[in-house]
Structure formats: structure tokens, C-alpha cells
Design a protein. Structure first.
Length: 61
């Protein structure tokens, strides 16, 4: 889960902070990783909102 989170955070940072769009293959990989991340979170009874919060945690500091 930590690897997925790190990768998703790096994608988010690139797009939101660096204004660098993802390639088509990166978008597809991101979607797959988000699905995996949400499934893992559901196993721990976390909502999608909580999981998204983990991805974006610390971005506004």
C-alpha cells in the first residue's frame, strides 16, 4: 500500500504542483493504481474520501 500511495502522490504532485500533465500510459497506470488503492482501503473499512485524503495529505502546507 505504501508503494501505491507514494506513486499516486508523485502523480498528483506532478499534475497539481508542477503543472506537468501525465502521458496516456501514466493516466492508465494511475487509474489502475487508484482502483487497487481503493480496494485495499475498503479492506480496512476506509472510505474513498479517506483514501483520497491520504493521497493529498500535506499538499497545502
Amino acid at each position: 500500500m505504501a508503494d501505491l500511495l507514494a506513486t499516486l502522490r508523485s502523480y498528483a504532485k506532478r499534475v497539481l504542483v508542477q503543472d506537468d500533465p501525465l502521458s496516456l500510459s501514466e493516466e492508465q497506470a494511475k487509474s489502475l493504481r487508484m482502483s487497487q488503492f481503493f480496494r485495499m482501503g475498503a479492506d480496512y473499512k476506509c472510505t474513498e474520501k479517506e483514501m483520497v485524503g491520504l493521497v493529498y495529505e500535506g499538499f497545502l502546507r
